[in-house]
Design a protein around this ligand. Structure first.
Ligand code: CP3
Length: 356
């Protein structure tokens, strides 16, 4: 049964205000992969349930989404799921192997294999994500905003061709030169599903959306502008069109293109409200390139979380001073890693809130 109750009013909206360029009470902070293996309670729950069972069961997904909020004074929650639920909805098997990561046993090898994908009805196979989002909005009781997310087309195509993570993305990159036209078909097919999926997430209650182009790091600037940026632009444009036509209020959009610090100017022209930065980018230089009308997010090196508390505190404080209080959302420059001490999260959140 669809839950149509109105959502509780938002109490801490600093994240949304930062995204819109409004004044904030404090610099908002959240952490990519804030629900995950560094938390013993997550490990405990994972002993009992398979990874994708957690994603597919709204009660479990909400429980895991809530775990970091019980411990830390975070300014956002992010719905527990994975970018690879889209390849699953398109008919590919995706398994999560302990110590390895995602495995797709029957990857897309040649353009002929694209016929195996089932874009028709893909959205209907993702309704569990919308159900989890709606349930989570009620469970949050307005404490902080809820972020929805998706993988970007190039990143998803990479996993679908490589059959999992890859150090080089060499098979996927070979498509760019060997099958440019089929690559465009593939990326457009993914873009269409992504737009449907994000619209569904907003309808379900997502208050902000992040698009993960995590594999941008494998592309040169020229390749990024050819094979990533145009699809990122279409995701934004088509989503805004859809929401406008249905008179659904738009939500802020974040683009996180890891390793694409070479194209910050171009990213700032894609229509996104927020640009996520990895730790290789200097905050002051990034601001100079993107100008005053974009919010920046990031970008502490996840490795800094292994420093002594005093050292971590000064790194986090220095980061916030470089970005400043306006149009800034504090985060790591990529996902938090499994061995991170819990105390580092406490130190990070406190340091961000007390920096300015
Ligand atoms: O708290 C949150 O941020 C929400 C949950 C979330 C997960 N995956 C849960 C997860 C989010 C936002 C993602 C996104 C995701 N998934 C990305 C983009 C972000 C990034 O890190 O670049 C990518 C590339 C994936 C694909 C994926 N899923 C990989 C490569 C792996 C294995 C590596 C790893 O960190 O384990 C996963 C597994 C995964 N996704 C875990 C979690 C908590 C750990 C798996 C487990 O519990 O066994």
């Amino acid at each position: 049964m669809k839950d149509n109750r109105p959502f509780p009013p938002l109490k801490n909206d600093n994240l949304l205000r930062a995204a819109r360029g409004e004044v904030v009470d404090r610099v908002p902070v959240w952490v990519m992969r804030q629900a995950g293996r560094y938390l013993p309670e997550f490990q405990e729950l994972r002993k009992q349930h398979d990874f994708f069972t957690v994603c597919r069961t709204p009660e479990l997904a909400c429980e895991v989404t809530m775990q970091p909020l019980r411990r830390f004074d975070l300014d956002a929650s992010i719905i527990f799921s994975d970018i690879l639920v889209i390849p699953q909805a398109l008919g590919l098997t995706v398994e999560m192997h302990a110590g390895v990561g995602p495995v797709l046993p029957q990857p897309i090898c040649t353009p002929e294999d694209l016929k195996r994908l089932t874009p028709d009805g893909a959205l209907s196979r993702l309704t569990y994500v919308g159900d989890a989002i709606t349930m989570m909005r009620h469970k949050l009781d307005g404490r902080v905003p809820l972020i929805g997310f998706t993988g970007a087309p190039w990143t998803l195509m990479g996993y679908m061709i490589e059959g999992g993570g890859s150090k080089t993305m060499s098979k996927a990159k070979a498509w760019l030169t060997n099958y440019p036209e089929d690559t465009k078909l593939f990326l457009n097919l993914l873009t269409d599903v992504i737009v449907d999926y994000l619209e569904m997430q907003v309808t379900a209650g997502a208050q902000m959306l992040q698009v993960f182009e995590s594999s941008a790091e494998h592309l040169s600037k020229e390749e990024f502008l050819l094979w990533s940026a145009p699809y990122l632009r279409r995701i934004r444009d088509d989503l805004v069109d859809r929401l406008t036509k249905k008179v659904i209020p738009a939500v802020p959009l974040i683009i996180f293109a890891k390793g694409a610090g070479h194209s910050l100017k171009e990213q700032s022209e894609l229509g996104y409200d927020v640009i996520g930065l990895d730790w290789t980018v200097d905050p002051v230089e990034a601001r100079a390139v993107v100008g005053p009308n974009i919010t920046l997010q990031g970008n502490l090196d996840p490795q800094s979380m292994y420093c002594e508390p005093n050292e971590l505190r000064s790194l986090a404080t220095e980061m916030v001073h470089k970005f400043g209080k306006s149009r800034y959302i504090a985060n790591l420059g990529h996902g938090i890693t499994p061995q991170t001490p819990i105390t580092s999260m406490e130190v990070l959140v406190e340091a961000v809130h007390n920096a300015l």
